[in-house]
Structures are given as C-alpha cells and as structure tokens.
Design a protein around this ligand. Structure first.
Ligand SMILES: [Zn+2]
Ligand SMILES: [Zn+2]
Length: 342
C-alpha cells in the first residue's frame, strides 16, 4: 500500500510503498477513507526522537473494513468486509480494570496507533482493534467518520470538567479541540458558550459549532468581555491553545472557586502561580483522549444529527498532497481540520 512515512523533524513525509497491514486475532483492517490531521501530530514531529523514522502517523481515521482477523467481533456480531467504521487509535488488552471501565486509552498494555507502534491513517490501509471499532451510521460518510476522534476529545474534556446545565463556559482557543468543546458544551446544557480566539475565521467557525458569543482578545480584554456577556467572571474555563502561559492568564480572570480544564496539550514546561490558585481556590484538571463511552456517544449523537462537526473541516486532500499540506499547517493559516482522503 501507499503510506506517508515520517522522515525526520524538519523534513516532510515521504510517500512510500510499504507492506499492507494484516489483521491479527481480534483485529480488523480498514481501507482509510478519511484521516484528520491533528495538531498533536504537528507537535510530536517537532520533538526530536518522539516519532521513529518511517512511522505511519494519523490517529483520526475511518473507512471500510477490508480484512477481518480471527474472532474479530463488534457489538452486533462478527465484523464483516464492507462494514463502514471508525476505530480508536490504539489496541488495548480489553480485560484489565481500566479497559472494563471504558478507559481503554488508559490501558497499561495499550499499543498506540499513529505514533510508530501501530501504523496509522496516513495510508491506504490501517489496523483497528475489534472492540475499539464503531459502526458508522448511514448519515455519516466514511470520510467524515474521521471527525469522531476530535469530537470525542471535546466530549471527554466537557465530561471531565463536570459541566452543569445552565453554566456559562469560557473556551480559550478555537482550533479543533476548542470547537469540539464548544459543540458539546452547547449540546450538554451550557448557558453561554463564549469562545476566544485571535483569528476571525475561527471565531466564525466557533459560532457554527455551538458558541453563543466570541471574543477577539486582540481588541477586547478577555475577563471584562466575558463578564459583559455573562454577568460574571468565568467559573468554568477550557484551555484549548496548548501554549505556555495560557493557564496562568485564565487563572487571573477566573472567579473564586472556578474550574480550569486544560485540553490544549502544551508540550513545553509551563508556569502558573499557586498564589492565584490558592487565594481563588481554583481547581485544575488535565485531560487526554477519551473513553469507549465517549466514542460511542459521539457516534450516536452524529447518527441522531444532534451535533454537526462539518463547519470545522476546511480542506480535504489526497495522500500525495499530505506532505506539503502537513508542513503548511505549522504556520498560521485559515485552515482548521484538514482531512486526508487516501
Ligand atoms: Zn488528535
Ligand atoms: Zn487493558
């Protein structure tokens, strides 16, 4: 098959011919119809040595099953060739307490997909674990199934934050993670969903993804602007930028007793002031990935058309266009979620 293989930091991917994956017991192979380019892919390729040379990356993918391993069974019987599915980016043991609880990405035996261990979705074919694979509803195309992953990230963040109905929410950063948080905050009963981002096109996307108001921090001070909209300083704020100092900035404008949820996955050391957290009695929560239940609910809500992630898709490209498009995403542009269609 053809795949985009990681070369080394600073060099674009190579499109190479590599062996087709074959499914082991309890695994399926799918023909990839869509794979989202993720900000964390960009970041890890900048950390020297984090991704091995030759790795096939891509962890947000969906497609059609083309091969079924021994005993590979879905929730409604054995998987079959032709089934349209999305799959979680890893294969867990399936039996440990974390797996049984649904925290499959927390399984200590997890083999990750798309970071060198198991080949990912920047390829014609990719592998999935049978119990971590989900049937796509008829109204979700095999390419759009790639959006389940980033949506599940947002659902997990909103879930972990313990959003209560009627709460006002501040979301800092309107990239795919921030937009996914907006989708779910609105869906799960937030009152005002206020999204802050410097880019006008991202603020527009936020309004299409559930935000009730947006703030341009270049022209308005974040704290007063939020208070003007909601009548109070933030009691629940999501950091969805992933750069140092954002958590500190948020802590300064939060109300006493507020919760800050960090979903931005900053890959550099960060500073915040415990004095601010202490005097305001702030709570900090970090998150990554999602649970099995988060994935299933995302698929169900897409099926019911109660959420719509399509406004965040700004481009669909071929595998051949991936190396150039991937490098271009390292500099600010009008792109949000770019989906590769191998
Ligand atoms: Zn991702
Ligand atoms: Zn496990």
């Amino acid at each position: 098959m053809r795949a985009a293989c990681f070369n080394e930091s600073g060099k674009p991917f190579d499109i190479l011919e590599v062996p087709d994956p074959t499914p082991g017991p309890g695994e399926i192979v799918l023909s990839v119809k869509g794979c989202g380019i993720c900000g964390s892919d960009l970041h890890v390729t900048e950390l020297g040595g984090a991704v091995p040379h030759g790795a096939v990356m891509g962890h947000e993918f969906a497609g059609e099953i083309v091969a079924v391993g021994k005993g590979a069974t879905g929730p409604d019987g054995p998987w079959r060739e032709g089934d349209r599915v999305c799959t979680m980016p890893g294969i867990s043991c399936g039996t440990c307490p974390r797996c049984v609880s649904g925290d499959v990405m927390g399984c200590s035996a997890l083999r990750m997909t798309g970071f060198g261990e198991i080949g990912g979705g920047y390829a014609e074919y990719a592998i999935g674990g049978d119990r971590m694979t989900f049937r796509l509803p008829d109204n979700v195309s095999s390419s759009d199934g790639a959006l389940v992953e980033p949506l599940a990230v947002g659902l997990h963040a909103v879930d972990k934050a313990g959003l209560m109905t009627g709460e006002d929410v501040l979301i800092v950063g309107a990239g795919p993670v921030g937009l996914a948080c907006a989708v779910w905050a609105k869906m799960l009963g937030a009152r005002e969903v206020v999204v802050s981002d410097y880019a006008a096109h991202r603020r527009d996307m936020a309004l299409s993804c559930g935000a009730t108001a947006t703030i341009d921090p270049a022209t308005e001070e974040l704290g007063p602007a939020f208070e003007k909209i909601t009548g109070r300083a933030p009691m629940l704020a999501f950091e969805c930028v992933g750069r140092p100092d954002i958590v500190h900035q948020i802590s300064l404008i939060c109300d006493r007793g507020a919760r800050i949820l960090s979903a931005g996955m900053c890959m550099a050391p960060d500073n915040f002031m415990p004095l601010v957290f202490g005097t305001k009695e702030l709570t900090m929560q970090f998150v990554s990935y999602y649970t099995h239940q988060n994935y299933q609910l995302t698929v169900d809500m897409l099926a019911a058309e109660r959420i719509n992630p399509l406004p965040m898709v700004t481009d669909r490209i071929s595998l051949d266009a991936l190396p150039t498009a991937f490098e271009a995403l390292r500099t600010p542009s009008t792109e949000c979620k770019v989906v590769v269609e191998p």
